[in-house]
Every structure is written in structure tokens, then in C-alpha cells.
Design a protein around this ligand. Structure first.
Ligand SMILES: Nc1nc2c(ncn2[C@@H]2O[C@H](COP(=O)(O)OP(=O)(O)O)[C@@H](O)[C@H]2O)c(=O)[nH]1
Ligand SMILES: [Mg+2]
Length: 363
């Protein structure tokens, strides 16, 4: 792989200097535009942050600083959820999730917090005491029974640093920070091949995934795309949709994929399916059988490979017109793992370049 840089860096190249140093050979341009689609919280923005981190579209200090406010909100929201659920699980299911009596007042205080409010040192004290309580630890173990953000372990393990006034979030913090995407967000960067004769201009389009955000997707249907990247969370197989607690999240992702793959404007571009959150999926499958969601699964409910094959088939069966030849490229990913996204990026680059170079007559 050759050089890379952001679009902004490119526009500052001075043509005179370029000529003096003898770059008479101007690379050909190829634009590769990717549209990232999928339900809310499937991991689209996390994947894009990883790609930016890896491909020289720098994440600057200002962005990291902004993420601090969201990390604080994430911590408050997670602690509030744990406080509410510890009481709920104990009352409704008689689970051993109640906090010790000396923490009852703190639990009630935390259960009433507003995540948009200020994060004070007193709150950190409350969180610290509560988080070390046996009942709250048990509540976290039952996390599949209620909604809590997937970054809960990460943000709570860092709460002491994040509250510090002088602390600037690291790139790793930024990757794990949950901030709901609203609208349409574009990221661009350039790369050259080894011989420096083809300049690849990449553009990734990220969108909000919640039902309320989806009508905005029509604005981008007519863009010239190299590929649609559809991100679905494998770990959602036993979760309910945030927007409608009657709907299974993975079933909704499969149905949504069906709507997207059959849109006529997308028939000409590549379709890449990321089955994401494989780390959470691996842990979960040991405790909850896939048969609870898919009674038509008759295989071994601990065999990851077979289960993933079954889920992949569910997605691929959504293509309605069997006369249209279309390969769906499937990758199992963990968006918080940088190495995994590095391999995935190199493989999607291979997929789109081999076809685009053929159609451009370079091969
Ligand atoms: N453990 C784990 N968490 C993930 C993974 N991908 C995303 N997340 C977390 O899931 C939450 C939602 O991710 P985000 O990228 O905002 O989803 P989006 O709504 O599709 O853009 C965030 O808290 C991420 O840190 C993954 O592969 N594994
Ligand atoms: Mg997002």
C-alpha cells in the first residue's frame, strides 16, 4: 500500500514545488465512495473511526476533547441504568441484585440523574461506591435482560480518569465513546498504490441508523457508490429494538437489509455485509441459545461457525430477484479491535479495486 492522507492535505499541494522536485507523472484518480448503512448501534460510526485512525484522516485534539462530554454522559447513563435495574430485577424477578442497605440512598440518587447534567466529584464518589457493590455487579451480569450501552465495561473502568479536568481522551476512548449519529456525515482521504500511478480518493458516508433517521437515507440513493457496507450486530440476536421494545433487533436488521439490497439503485454496486460485535456474540452464545430467536435453527447451539453460517444465510436470502447476479461479501468483525478493521479495510479495498480497475481498463 502506498501513501495516504486526508483530502484537506491534498488541496494544499503547491503545483510549482511538485514540478521542481520532478513529479512530472500525475497519478490517475479513482473515486471510491462507500455508504455505511445498518440499524442503530450496530457499530457503523465505530468502524469509520477505526478507518480514520488507520488511514491518515487524523482525529485531532479538538475532536478528542469534544468526545469527553459524551464519555461523561455515557458513564452517567450506564450508572443510572444499573441503579434502576438493580431494584427492578430484585423486585420483579427476585434476583439477588439489591444494593446493600447503606447504599440505598445513593442508589435512589443515581437512579434519578440526568445524563445531560454536570458530572460532579460527588457523583463520582457515589458511582465508585455503587460500582463496587455486590448487587450492582450482579445487575451487570444480567445485562442481557435490559438495555445498557455496549461500551459499559470500558467507560466505567475509566470513570476516574475521565472526570479529571486535565484529562484529554485517548484515541481508544474516542473509539469506544457512544454518540448517536444524526443526519449524514462524510469522511474522505486519499491513498496511492505502490507505483504511485493511481490515486484512490476514498469517501465514507455514515448515517444515523434509528428508524427516525432512515427517511434521510433517500438523499444519498443516487450517489455513485463503490459499495454499500451494511453493518449488523450479531450480538443483537437476543435484544429488543431501542425504538420498539416488541421487535427483536437482529430480525429487524435482517429485514432492513432485505429492503436495502433490493433497492434498484444499489444493484450495480458491491454489497459488503459486516456481522459485527463478534466479541460480545461469542460471550453471549455461551449463555443464551440462538434457538430462542430462531426456532428453525437445528444445529449445535454452541458452534459459532455453524450459527454464523445460519445467520449469514438469513441475510443473503433477502435478495428477491434471483436472476440478478450479485455477490454479497460477508465479514465477521469486532469494530473495537483495530487489527480486525485493518484487515477488513484491506479486503474491501481489494474487492472494489479489482472490479473498478477492470471497468477502467487498467487490468
Ligand atoms: N464490544 C463491542 N462494542 C462495539 C462494537 N462495535 C461498536 N461497539 C459499541 O457499540 C456502541 C454503538 O456503536 P456505534 O458505532 O455508535 O453504532 P452506530 O449507531 O451503528 O453508529 C458503541 O458504544 C460502541 O463502542 C464491537 O464490535 N464490539
Ligand atoms: Mg453512528
Amino acid at each position: 500500500m502506498g501513501c495516504c492522507g486526508s483530502f484537506q492535505q491534498d488541496s494544499t499541494v503547491n503545483p510549482e514545488i511538485t514540478e521542481q522536485v520532478g513529479f512530472f507523472h500525475k497519478p490517475k484518480n479513482i473515486t471510491l465512495r462507500f455508504l455505511m448503512l445498518g440499524g442503530g448501534e450496530s457499530g457503523k460510526s465505530t468502524i469509520l473511526r477505526q478507518i480514520r485512525r488507520l488511514q491518515g484522516s487524523p482525529i485531532d485534539q479538538a475532536e478528542l476533547t469534544v468526545s469527553k462530554a459524551y464519555l461523561k454522559q455515557n458513564i452517567i447513563e450506564c450508572m443510572r441504568t444499573l441503579a434502576i435495574q438493580s431494584e427492578m430485577l430484585a423486585t420483579v424477578y427476585n434476583f439477588d441484585t439489591s444494593v446493600s442497605t447503606d447504599l440505598l440512598l445513593i442508589r435512589d440518587r443515581v437512579a434519578k440523574l440526568n445524563d445531560k447534567g454536570e458530572f460532579t466529584k460527588e457523583m463520582l464518589d457515589d458511582f465508585h461506591k455503587l460500582f463496587n457493590d455486590k448487587g450492582i455487579k450482579k445487575t451487570l451480569e444480567y445485562r442481557d435482560m435490559y438495555y445498557i450501552m455496549d461500551n459499559v465495561d470500558y467507560v466505567l473502568s475509566k470513570m476516574h480518569c475521565i472526570i479529571d479536568d486535565d484529562y484529554i481522551p485517548t484515541i481508544e476512548d474516542y473509539i469506544h465513546c457512544r454518540h448517536r449519529t444524526a443526519g449524514i456525515y462524510r469522511v474522505g482521504f486519499t491513498m496511492c498504490d505502490e507505483k504511485n500511478d493511481i490515486e484512490e480518493l476514498y469517501e465514507f458516508i455514515d448515517v444515523g441508523g434509528q428508524r427516525s433517521e432512515r427517511p434521510k437515507w433517500t438523499k444519498i440513493l443516487n450517489e455513485q457508490l463503490a459499495a454499500v457496507i451494511y453493518v449488523a450486530a450479531l450480538s443483537a440476536y437476543n435484544q429488543l429494538l431501542f425504538e420498539d421494545r416488541r421487535v427483536n433487533k437482529l430480525q429487524e436488521e435482517i429485514a432492513l437489509f432485505g429492503k436495502i439490497i433490493n433497492i434498484p439503485q444499489f444493484l450495480e454496486c458491491h454489497t459488503i455485509l459486516f456481522l459485527n460485535k463478534s466479541d460480545l456474540f461469542k460471550q453471549k452464545i455461551l449463555k443464551h441459545s440462538i434457538k430462542e430467536t430462531f426456532p428453525d435453527y437445528h444445529g449445535d447451539d454452541k458452534n459459532l461457525e455453524v450459527i454464523i453460517g445460519f445467520i449469514t444465510k438469513k441475510f443473503c436470502e433477502q435478495k428477491k430477484d434471483i436472476t440478478v447476479h450479485k455477490t454479497i461479501y460477508v465479514h465477521v468483525t469486532c469494530a473495537t479491535d483495530t487489527e480486525c478493521i485493518k484487515n477488513m479495510f484491506s479486503s474491501i479495498r481489494d474487492i472494489v479495486l479489482s472490479r473498478d480497475l477492470i471497468t477502467c481498463g487498467f487490468m
